[in-house]
Structures are given as C-alpha cells and as structure tokens.
Design a protein around this ligand. Structure first.
Ligand SMILES: CSC[C@H]1O[C@@H](n2cnc3c(O)ncnc32)[C@H](O)[C@@H]1O
Ligand SMILES: [Zn+2]
Length: 421
C-alpha cells in the first residue's frame, strides 16, 4: 500500500507520454507500474495528464510586489528604478510577496524554485510553510567595498547555516553573488572558495546584456565568462542565470566546467536583453533549465507561458521551426531545473522525489493530438488540478491546502501604498 497512488494516467516518462500508475512512499516515487496500485489516497487519473512538477530555476519571488511598476525599460534603467524601491522592502513585505509568488507558482505546476533576493529568512519561512521546495540564497554584492564584502558574506553564510536542509530537506541554502558587474573578482573568488569548502552551490547572473559584456571588458579587459574562468569560479556547482551574450569559446568553457544555465526568455525579451543560444547549448550537452526571473520583469510566474516563449523565441533566433523541440522544452522546465541544483527530481522515475503535477484537459487542449505539443504550445496553466510536493498534496482541485490565499491578496494589496507615494 502506497501513501498516494496515481492510477492509469497519461504519464511523461523518458521524454514521451505513456499510460502508467505511480506509487508514492514517503517523499519518493516508489513504483511506476502498468497495473492499478493501492494507496491510502488514490487518484483515478484515466482522464489526466501526469507530469513531473516544474522547477523555476531562477527567480526573485517577492518581486511580485513590484509587478507592473517599472515597465518598458531596458535592464540598466529598470534596475535603477527597482533598486530604489527595494530599499523600502521590510522582512514582512518579503514574506507576503513571496507567498503571493508561491500561490501563482503552485497554480501553474511549479513545485520548486530557486530564489536570489533579500531578507531570505522570510523566503525560507514562506516556502517551508507553503510546502514547496526551494533553493535559496541571499543576493550579495560587494561593489568594491571591502567592509561591505565582509558584511555581505556574513549575511549569506549565516543564512546557509540557519536554513540549509530545513523543512525536511525541502530548503537548500546556497551562495548568491549578484553579478560580475556588482561583485569584484576578489569577492567572487572568496565566494567560490567558501562554496567549495561547504560543498554547496552558487547562483549568479552572468552575461545578461551587451552592456554587461562591454562593462566587464572595459574594467577587466575580457568577457564575463572568461573573467570568471580565469579566477577559477566556473565549476559544476555553479548555476548562471541568463547567459544571453556568449560566444562559441564561452559556451565551450561552460560545457567543460559543467556549469548549468538558466534561460529566462520572457524577462530577456521584456527587458530587451536578447535571446540566448539555447539550441547551441542543448546540442553541446549544457544543462539548460528554465526560470521566470522576477515578476517585475516577467510579469508572471506561469511556466506554461515560459515554455511557449522559450520555444517560440528560439524559432526566431535560429529561423527554424525545430530550433528546440517541444519535448526538450518540457525537459528544461522539469528535469533540467532539478539537475542544475543537484536535486534528484523532475522525472517520473522510481527513486526520484515525488514532485508531481496532475493535469486535466482545459478548453485549450481540445482536440488533443499530442500531450507534449498541447502542454508546450496550447495549455494556459489552468490545467493543473493537483500538485504533490515531496510526497504531500499541496494543491487539490486547485485549492491550495497550505496557505490562506485570500489573506495573501489582502496583505499585498495594502502594501501597494508605500510604493506609489
Ligand atoms: C541583491 S538580490 C538580487 C537583485 O537582483 C535584481 N534583479 C532582478 N532581476 C534581475 C536581472 O534580470 N538582472 C540583474 N539583476 C536582477 C533584484 O532586483 C535584486 O536587487
Ligand atoms: Zn534575475
């Protein structure tokens, strides 16, 4: 008898959809079978599509609070506006902003997210209470100031020691230097040494805009990826967000060092940063995951939208309709996100974490010739009916069991005042 049995669903297994039953024991997938399985809780999934839940591999969840406040700006102008507003954010704001983000993520089938932001204790509390998985880091920037470098490292490390492994291991706490243009090479070198000593990971923005590449060349005479490689920073414990402006040699470096890349097509297009070379990266065997970035540059946390934009933008970048195939986009949204952060999830396979989304057919999925194409090109997110995270049901019939949604909307609406005055 399994704790949960999902019977006879159309399951995304090994890159294709096949009919199967899934037995969950504790927080893992214990059995994939052709026959009906017995469970304390049973889902009759004959009419459902079952996928491994999504992993949002790069976000700033609480930026929901700044959604829609700085629009139609390129990254540098946008960042100036956002940084001014972020000074107003209190720990309590971050808690409610993150909760709002988590509600949106759960509803589009996201079981886990990787977040780089401020007041991270609140993000950890919110993720823990809501029952989702999170890889979290305090966003550090030394800006060439030695005293600030020490303070930032202290905050980042205190966060890791307080939260790594919390909530039955659902929280993974890592290092988060912001970017090569806000952190000095000396600081980044120290971060890498500390991450290696603690056997933890690093999440950082790299090569997002042409401006960044030119700025780093001006300051250090080389490009961001080459600079990071020269200081010994690039490794398999490093996840870079964006990687939009990379030449062939830089792609080789990332591949050889085992660095993972998080692609955020909506944010990159909205801030007019560019379109990353995802087709080339995937062909080379680089792990490319998918991330929404923050709600102030997206403006939503809907992974169905993100998958569709990921696919369409590549078709235009390479001017070929098969630039990145739909099944590969689905893999980027699931397995690759988990893999980038060293978590055994994102696949419907025995031994993998039981992070599973149970979908039903919405109006957008009629007629359904192929679940893969349906999910990547037609679905809206409303298809996600139930979400299981770490073997627990977090959303049932689109009702989130772990949080009070109405209270979150009330709190957040009241916070608006301080940003417009
Ligand atoms: C210091 S915490 C993280 C920091 O990053 C800012 N941010 C959000 N989105 C982006 C992006 O696309 N590129 C660079 N920086 C970004 C966020 O506002 C926080 O200040
Ligand atoms: Zn970001």
């Amino acid at each position: 008898m399994y704790s949960i049995a999902i019977n006879n669903g159309l399951c995304f297994i090994n890159g294709e959809f096949t009919r199967a039953s899934i037995g969950i024991e504790e927080n893992k997938i214990a059995r994939i079978a052709k026959e009906v399985l017995k469970g304390e809780i049973e889902f009759d999934a004959r009419e459902n599509i079952i996928i491994p839940a999504f992993f949002n591999a790069h976000t700033h969840a609480a930026m929901t609070l700044l959604r829609g406040i700085a629009e139609d700006m390129e990254l540098n102008v946008w960042l100036k506006n956002v940084w001014r507003l972020e000074r107003l954010l209190t720990p309590e704001d971050i808690y409610w902003g993150t909760m709002l983000a988590i509600v949106e993520m759960i509803k589009s089938g996201i079981a886990g997210f990787s977040d780089l932001y401020i007041h991270m204790d609140e993000v950890a509390k919110a993720a823990g209470e809501a029952g989702v998985r999170a890889v979290l880091c305090y966003g550090m920037a030394d800006r060439g100031d030695e005293e600030k470098a020490k303070r930032e490292l202290d905050i980042g490390e205190r966060f890791i020691s307080d939260w790594d492994g919390a909530f039955d291991g659902r929280i993974k706490a890592i290092y988060g230097p912001h970017a090569p243009y806000t952190c000095t090479p000396e600081f980044l070198k120290t971060v890498k040494e500390r991450a290696d000593t603690l056997e933890t990971m690093i999440h950082i923005h790299v090569s997002e805009t042409q401006w960044e590449v030119e700025e780093i060349k001006k300051q250090y005479g080389t490009t961001p990826v080459r600079l990071l490689d020269e200081i010994g920073f690039l490794d398999s414990n490093v996840v870079i967000a964006h990687g939009v402006w990379l030449d062939d040699e830089e792609l080789e470096i990332l591949k050889n060092r085992g660095v993972s890349v998080v692609h955020s097509p909506v944010s990159n297009m909205k801030l007019s940063s560019g379109i990353a070379r995802v087709r080339d990266m995937l062909k080379m065997g680089i792990t490319v995951a998918l991330g929404t970035d923050g709600a102030a540059s997206n403006n939503s946390y809907n992974f169905f939208q993100e998958m569709k934009f990921a696919s369409l933008s590549q078709k235009i970048k390479y001017m070929r309709a098969d630039a990145v195939r739909a099944e590969d986009v689905l893999k980027m949204a699931t397995e690759n996100g988990y893999r980038a952060y060293g978590i055994l999830g994102g696949r419907l396979e025995e031994g993998y974490l039981a992070d599973i989304a149970i979908l039903s057919k919405s109006q957008h999925l009629y007629p359904l010739y192929s679940p893969t194409y349906g999910l990547v090109y037609s679905a809206s997110g409303e298809e996600v009916q139930h979400l299981i995270v770490d073997g627990e049901i977090v959303m049932e019939d689109r009702v989130i069991l772990t949080v009070d949604e109405e209270k979150i909307y009330d709190k957040v609406e009241k916070l608006k005042e301080k940003f417009i005055s």
